[in-house]
Design a protein around this ligand. Sequence first.
Ligand SMILES: *[C@@H]1O[C@H](CO)[C@@H](O)[C@H](O)[C@H]1NC(C)=O
Length: 247
Amino acid sequence: MKLSAFMVVSGLVATACGQKVQVMLLGDSITELTCWRPLVWNQITSAGLASSVDFVGSMSDLQGKCSRPSGFDPNHEGHSGWQAYDIARNNIVGWVQNTKPDIVQFMLGHNDVNIGKRNVQSILDSYTTMLNAMRAANPKVKVIVDKLIPTSWSDTTIEGLNTAIPGWIQAHNTSQSPIVIADCSRAAGFTNAMLQGDGVHPNDQGDQFIANQVGPKLLQFIKDVRGGTGQPSATATITPKSCGQAR
Ligand SMILES: *[C@@H]1O[C@H](CO)[C@@H](O)[C@H](O)[C@H]1NC(C)=O
């Protein structure tokens, strides 16, 4: 059951402190079949925010090889083998309408390239369609776009997508619905030693790298949602302390 994390009080839009921040982790097998989600959860726990965060999504599997911290919220929207192209056209509207996330984080495009043989512009167009659906569900949604981890052979389309992502964000970023990058690219330090033997999926080291790039961006957005910052209404007087969270 999903409750909106926002409520309107005296004309001000304020975070309702009793409600959890809804976070959707969206992607393909690199989100579904890997172990970085519990590593990010550990960061949320260390920040004292575990009781304030609800991971949302229609999926809830976690590989047996992964550590499963107590209290871990397994929900996610990672779908092994799926392309941004199909998610944008067939799935995203239902997923975000069902959950109305405050924050969406995604890494998508590997299957568009490897299976769909699509180009950079096609993938960016799918990102735009997905973003529009997210904002239709929640006009204040905060979005973390991951630059993709490299394949072992440094696929030129994936590298080109990573190069194009900042410009795509510039074209779509707004203060009401900010977009930031979690840089999981080779340029940011992801090496072939962080990949499994298939040259596509992260190993334990790669999972740690992804968690280290995604986690801080997610924590900042969680704090922003709870603190009511980043809202267009500069007159809102909600403070983080009103949520009873010492930091
Ligand atoms: C998007 O805009 C927000 C402010 O509204 C800013 O904090 C953020 O850095 C911007 N994103 C990028 C990638 O420049």
